[in-house]
Design a protein around this ligand. Structure first.
Ligand SMILES: C[S@@+](CC[C@H](N)C(=O)[O-])C[C@H]1O[C@@H](n2cnc3c(N)ncnc32)[C@H](O)[C@@H]1O
Length: 118
């Protein structure tokens, strides 16, 4: 998934899901394909963070886990938004105040919207 440096670098990114209870979907390979959040030529990049993950990707991964979710490098909080949409507990850690504030706002908004997915 993803695209860290459009258009010059490979369009894949490693993601580590650490914990117990991860249920991989055996019908799929280890490479998951999701529409990346891309800056388009002539358009402003509409993301809150330079390495922001697509929320559906985080939701896909989280839905295959159990228990509370911790993202120690929360960035702009996409993992927290996915947790809110799934009704899951979330702890986020972010060193940059700017991104921490954006994450709080995004997660708060998602929580106010309520659980969107079973
Ligand atoms: C790759 S970005 C995370 C992107 C995020 N998962 C998203 O989708 O929006 C990594 C983040 O880790 C933060 N970070 C780096 N070192 C950190 C540390 N020691 N403690 C907490 N956050 C840290 C950076 O400020 C950066 O926002």
């Amino acid at each position: 998934m993803g695209d860290l440096a459009f258009p010059w670098k490979p369009n894949t990114e490693e993601i580590y899901v650490i914990g117990t209870g991860f249920k991989a979907d055996k019908r799929e390979g280890s490479v998951l394909r999701f529409t990346p959040i891309l800056p388009c030529v002539g358009l402003t990049m509409e993301t809150d963070h330079p390495y922001q993950k697509p929320e559906p990707l985080m939701r896909y991964l989280i839905a295959r886990t159990e228990g509370p979710v911790i993202d120690p490098f929360m960035g702009s909080g996409t993992t927290g938004v996915a947790c809110a949409n799934l009704g899951r507990s979330f702890i986020g850690i972010e060193i940059e105040r700017k991104y921490f504030d954006i994450a709080c706002e995004r997660i708060d908004q998602a929580q106010r919207q309520g659980r969107m997915f079973a």
